[in-house]
Design a protein around this ligand. Structure first.
Ligand code: GLN
Length: 468
């Protein structure tokens, strides 16, 4: 069978009995059996529970009980989870050797919300260990390959999540975005990726990387699907004190949308093909009647520096829980990247350096928040690149941490200031690798970003595509 690429097509097919949920799950697992060993996308598969859940879905659908269905907006939707989401009774490694045998006693709120809405868990996706990375190569297991071309990285750190969706091994996936780890792999794998507002989705049960930056993000083929999942996931659960419930904000019918273009986002280091593609997207928006406004975010240039102070500081604190008493006294279990971040973080927090690095970074963080507040007082959203380049080759940046960190230049700002960012797929480069652009909006403006992204996809008659 041809696997459908949207939630609606999946559910229409199930309701009209074109295929059953069991057949659908068969199709995903046969794709996994064919390609997983080659592409290293899943670390753990949950085949038995997936079939059980599929049988339940078929039973619910045969009842035709509309009321049950309205409570199950994700019925029949297969989902994978980055392996830092706790899944009760199912191994969760965080991509690290330290947690090689860890079986969580409870599930993350977002996993439970997905499953309660009817989603079928396929398995746990590979990732950079503890979510440190931008390529998937920091996984303590094998590096995930990009399904569009296996000589290239799929992006990271949610490498397996993005690859699972673009390789047609799962319809949707959850990842985490602390500095770009959903938006960048989405853009490298031809997917839509959402990094929500800090405080929109509970992180309960997601292994912490950097607590003032971490968010739960989503991958899917279309913006409609991202919106469905976002509405399932958002809101308080009582376990993440930052999360608030909020009302959906839409544009008035007659309002003219204003899109900001920040000159600081088109600096040196931006690949000319990516730049050309963003310019093309801006022209399409102009054609759609959107007003393009040049804006300035002067503190953006400090984004990567601020991020690589605050983030390792918080990493060094969060990874402190993996102590020798409980996890074995062999610290060599930590990979090089985790060790590098623990050292950097301990350094910037140490007496004597705290003021010069950590405290200074917090001050610049406030300046960056002020920049964005000022800009969002006169534009609805900002359009920018996601990554300075198209997917890079496996091994190309792996031995140069600084080069790898610069990969995050366009994505870290959203985490530093706590705003949402949507990665929108938009075609391919000359060498047939995916390119996307990013929409950034004020806090809790996700639904408006969906509208702005959707009008673009409608205009170019966007059709989702899978790699394998
Ligand atoms: N590439 C960034 C880093 O290595 C982002 C990681 C993330 O968002 N989890 O820190």
């Amino acid at each position: 069978m041809n696997i459908p690429l949207t939630i609606k097509e999946t559910q229409d097919g199930l309701k009209s009995k074109k295929f059953s949920a069991v057949e659908l799950v068969d199709a995903y697992f046969s794709q996994i059996k064919k390609y997983n060993d080659e592409y290293n996308i899943f670390l753990t598969l949950t085949e038995d529970s997936a079939y059980k859940k599929a049988k339940e879905a078929d039973k619910i659908l045969s009842n035709k009980d509309i009321e049950i269905l309205s409570e199950k907006p994700l019925i029949g939707v297969t989902a994978s989870y980055k392996d830092i989401f706790l899944t009760k009774g199912v191994r969760t490694t965080a991509g690290s050797n330290i947690l090689n045998n860890f079986i969580p006693p409870y599930s993350a709120t977002s996993v439970l919300k997905m499953e309660n809405a009817g989603a079928i868990t396929i398995g746990k996706a590979n990732c950079d260990a503890f979510a440190h990375g931008a390529s998937g190569e920091n996984s303590d297991y094998k590096a995930t390959l990009n399904p569009w071309n296996k000589s290239y990285v799929p992006g990271g750190s949610s490498s397996g999540s993005a690859a699972s969706v673009s390789a047609n091994m799962s319809l949707v996936s959850l990842g985490s975005d602390t500095g770009g780890s959903v938006r960048q792999p989405a853009s490298f794998c031809n997917l839509v990726g959402l990094k929500p507002t800090y405080g929109a989705i509970s992180r309960y049960g997601v292994i912490a990387m950097s607590s003032s930056l971490d968010t739960v993000g989503t991958f899917a083929h279309t913006i409609d699907d991202i919106e469905i999942i976002f509405d399932v996931l958002r809101g308080q659960d009582g376990f993440d004190g930052n999360v608030i419930d909020f009302e959906k904000k839409s544009f008035d019918k007659n309002s003219k949308i204003k899109l900001g273009v920040a000159k600081e986002y088109f600096g040196k280091g931006l690949d000319s093909e990516v730049e050309g593609k963003i310019e093309e997207a801006i022209k399409i928006y102009e054609r759609l009647g959107v007003e393009i406004v040049e804006v300035s975010l002067p503190h953006t240039k400090y984004g990567v520096s601020v991020y690589y102070i605050i983030q390792p500081a918080e990493v060094s604190s969060n990874l402190g829980r993996f102590d020798g008493i409980r996890y074995g006294n062999d610290r060599s279990f930590f990979g090089d990247e985790a060790k590098r971040r623990i050292m950097l973080g301990s350094y910037v927090l140490s007496a004597g350096y705290y003021d010069a690095y950590y405290e200074k970074a917090l001050k610049v963080r406030t300046k960056m928040v002020e920049d964005f507040n000022r800009v969002f007082s006169h534009v609805d959203a900002i359009i920018s690149p996601v990554s300075p380049s198209t997917p890079f080759k496996l091994g190309e940046n792996a031995s140069n941490p600084l080069k790898m960190y610069l990969e995050d230049v366009y994505t870290t700002t959203a985490n530093i200031v706590g705003i949402p960012g949507l990665s929108v797929p938009f075609g391919f480069s000359k060498n047939e690798l995916p390119i996307g652009f990013q929409l950034l909006g004020p806090r809790f403006s996700e639904h408006r970003l969906f509208e702005i992204g959707r009008m673009f996809h409608k205009e170019i008659n966007y059709k989702p595509r899978v790699a394998l």
